[in-house]
Design a protein. Sequence first.
Length: 346
Amino acid sequence: MIRFTRLLPAAVVLAAGMAGPAMARDLTVVSWGGAYQDAQRELYFEPFKATGTPMHDESWDGGIGVLRAKVEGGDSSWDVVQVESEELALGCEEGLFQPLNWDAIGGRDAYLPAAVNDCGVGAIVYNFILAYDGAKIADGPKSWADFWDVKKFPGKRAMRQGPKTNLEIALMADGVAPADVYKVLATPEGVDRAFRKLDELKPNLIWWTAGAQPPQMLAAGDVAMTTAYNGRIAAANTADKKDFKIVWNGSLFTIDSWVILKGSPNVDAATKFLAYMGKPENQAKLPTKITYGVTNKAATPLIPAEYLPGLPTNPANMSQATELNAEFWLENIDSLTERFNTWAAK
């Protein structure tokens, strides 16, 4: 991942540690890169800049440790950051984020209930899905059990590096009903079961860390199947004329949120930015570029009908999905990441 940094005079660096009405530097917004951030840049970032607020954007690969280091170390080079659900919960609990002024960004009632948090506002609804290349596999996989079936479907598999989603997927592949996944995973025996299932696939596994990688791996023929963000696969089909297929069965859906880092010198500008992105007429444009669900309740009716079938929020897709349990990962992310890293290194 490429980081873009700016050398600042000492006085500006000191000023960046204090929130205030005057901006010590341009507003800095951080998202996930790739096709998703390209869409955000076109639909949100550049139009917002045109309203008169200077800003630039960067990308990251996630991790609560990155945010801890920035806030606790006094590095206020980021203002608005898109985070995953457990990063939102843990960061809010630890005081890493600025409490939001909900009245200034449209009000809590304007959003889906799951998109409302004291410290964050929902950005998108998205799914971790199974993806494969329909040009290479005519009769493709239908479930996570098929993902494990390397005899019927030869080739490497790619999964996101880390325990989150992989443990749930492993249990579903092992026959656990989606509704029971977190009941099983809440026990030591369930965690052991998930790792034993991952053991079976380990010789055929490679890892991805950034959302842009799964479609690249499929296109290059590096893997036969991969876990992926649904929007990245759909974007590759549109931009690169691919025939990548999405299996919604057993997918895991969640909401990413926007937060303002504690210590930002640009809280006012950041709040205006969140208000701009949250407007229903602006949110409704996003699925026309990348197929993620939106969080403002008034935005969905404005989305052109031809884009609705591919959205995570389409009832047909949502009925096959399980919500990623942020509370589980809030409590277990550190211990399970340590165990996963040890397992992966063997």
